[in-house]
Design a protein around this ligand. Structure first.
Ligand code: TXA
Ligand code: MG
Length: 328
């Protein structure tokens, strides 16, 4: 059995135990305000290699380094532009990841051999305390098998990664529920690689023009940007997106129908689920709901397309990727 320890405060002894495991090259899953991360000492290539093995993650997909603040982040870069200072002041600690040119200190395996490093200063007090206790940056992707749903509960980590983790710190459900916004500052213009809790408009207010990268890679094709595989965050059930209000969900197997704001009439055989017309609330709940529907044995999840508009961008992104059919 994987060990799971509840953490109730930042001076909980479980944090020191977790730090000792990380310092010795082990793997610890810990809560952040977005999703649970699978942590290792980010400056120890052998420890980071264990992350890839535990997740079944392709070596071409780099990992984020989690730091305790801008000074530690800056030391891991070879160029730290004025924008990075402004963004860190405004959004750190928080759900924003910055991609910058890496310094020589960053192991190649963290960067997937690329020239850049992704850096994030998480707001969750347990994550902060753990980084400080280890005294080094923590490499941490989401604590799930590669391509599967991200974990928003410690139990999700245990069921997805099982024995692959030395310890899971249980800090309860995560607040944001969707992974951080990733902003690439290594190119000529700032570019959002992954929409998330920090909205494009908030970034644009600080930076001026921000590009949005929408060139998601088709299944089977070589990845143009790291980690941007089209199918991602996928439940076991087949997820289909339909027009709002259609109620369309016929066919064999247990089916769940998910609507936003209003549930259309459905046959008795179909389980209807109503989500609020509130992007933030849906973001918090989305992965947990898909986990629950998987656990309940639904073979198909028919979900109405979420509303247009920027507030829903991160939810739309995750659902689009989760609904891409497996490459045959
Ligand atoms: O909220 C989050 O960001 C969570 C928590 C645990 O911090 N972490 C997370 O990590 O979502 P992961 O590995 O599941 O997703 C990180 C994404 C991947 O798609 C990866 O390809 C991309 O960040 N990434 C990492 N390093 C990069 C780099 N140097 N350049 C571009 N993309 C990078
Ligand atoms: Mg992930």
């Amino acid at each position: 059995m994987t060990r799971l320890l509840s953490v109730h405060s930042v001076d909980d002894p479980a944090i020191l135990e977790a730090a000792a495991i990380l310092t010795a090259g082990g793997l610890v899953a810990f809560p952040t305000e977005t999703v649970y991360g699978l942590g290792a000492d980010g400056l120890n290539p052998a420890a980071v290699a264990r992350i890839y093995a535990a997740k079944g993650r392709p070596a071409t997909n780099p990992v984020i380094l989690h730091v305790d603040g801008p000074a530690s982040a800056r030391a891991l870069t070879s160029r730290w532009p004025a924008e990075a200072t402004a963004l860190a002041e405004r959004f750190w600690p928080g759900s924003l990841t910055l991609v910058l040119p890496a310094s020589e200190q960053v192991p190649a395996i963290v960067r997937a051999n690329g020239p850049t490093v992704a850096l994030r200063c998480p707001a969750h007090p347990v994550a902060q305390a753990l980084i400080k206790a280890v005294g080094r940056p923590l490499a941490a992707p989401s604590a799930n098998r590669s391509q599967h749903l991200s974990p928003t509960l410690a139990e999700h980590v245990a069921s997805s990664l099982g024995e692959g983790v030395d310890l899971i710190l249980d800090g309860g459900p995560t607040a944001a529920g969707l992974e951080s916004t990733i902003l690439d500052l290594s190119g000529a213009r700032p570019r959002i690689l992954r929409p998330g809790p920090v909205a494009p408009a908030d970034l644009a207010a600080l930076l001026g023009v921000v590009d949005l990268w929408e060139g998601a890679v088709k299944p089977g094709a070589t990845q143009a940007a790291p980690g941007m595989a089209e199918r991602h965050y996928a439940p076991r059930a087949r997820l289909e997106l339909v027009a709002p209000g259609s109620g369309q969900a016929a066919g064999p197997g247990p089916i769940a129908y998910v609507a936003f704001g209003h549930l259309p009439p459905l046959p008795d055989s179909i389980r209807g689920i109503l989500l609020p017309l509130d992007a933030e609330a849906v973001g918090t709940r989305l992965f947990a709901l898909l986990h629950e529907l998987d656990d309940a044995g639904f073979e198909r999840v028919v979900m109405e397309r979420p509303p247009e508009g920027e507030a829903w961008m991160a939810v739309r992104d995750r659902l689009r990727r989760a609904s891409v059919k497996e490459p045959v």
